[in-house]
Design a protein around this ligand. Sequence first.
Ligand SMILES: [Zn+2]
Length: 272
Amino acid sequence: MDCQRVLSLMDGYLDRELDLTTQLAVEQHLADCPACHAISLKQQALSAALGAGARYHRARPVLAANIKSALDKIDAASGTKRRQTPRWLSLAASIAIAAFIGSGTTYWLAGSSSDDLLTQEVIASHVRAQMVASRLIDIASSDSHTVKPWFNGKLDFAPPVLDLTTQGFPLVGGRLDYLANRPVAALVYRHRQHLIQLYVWPIAGRPDTTRHALSRQGYQVFYWSDNTMRYWAISDLNADELRTFSDLIQQQASTGQMLPAARRLPTPEDMR
Ligand SMILES: [Zn+2]
């Protein structure tokens, strides 16, 4: 993929609207091309600045329905096939940005659709981390007392790093990742020859304590929240084994068998 193609896809890439293969191809280019990488950072900073000032509201269902029906008509008239990412959703997002710029209010489709988008993000992150071995782990250690402090100063929260070695899920290490428009902790565990990634970040708003389980693109995904953190676990393990893993994380996190929280906000030194 050349620079021109990458730049034309940049908005879709940053909004995570591309299909997984294209998303990964752009990512690969950005890893190799300092010029495009610099541009992507600038655009990210701009989106973050816009996002930070935005208030989020659920779009009225009638708006989404109207957009979808208008697009269906266009598709029917032109005989084109709908792209994999629902175009009405992308368009709704563009309209939301326009509405935000126009009135200081942005609309977003909340609830289950945001979980769907996050599921796609988690799967893409999981696949991507395994494609390039050096991306999987920033800190390699089976010792939670080594992995946990590594996050100090890199995140504005202290992720619970649990030791499940005796239960058959040894810790492999951890890294920083970026999901749901924020930096998150990615913890890597192993079960036999299978990797499990557990993404953790603080809850925003009311916790959704229901545990969700789903199977997508050959991966099992479990996600839930407790009173402080959101947890997303993904693996190519079977559902029963990932459920066992999720049970253990939930139990240990709730009984406070984690290390004491070391909370420290990042300093300018850390950002360099
Ligand atoms: Zn380039």
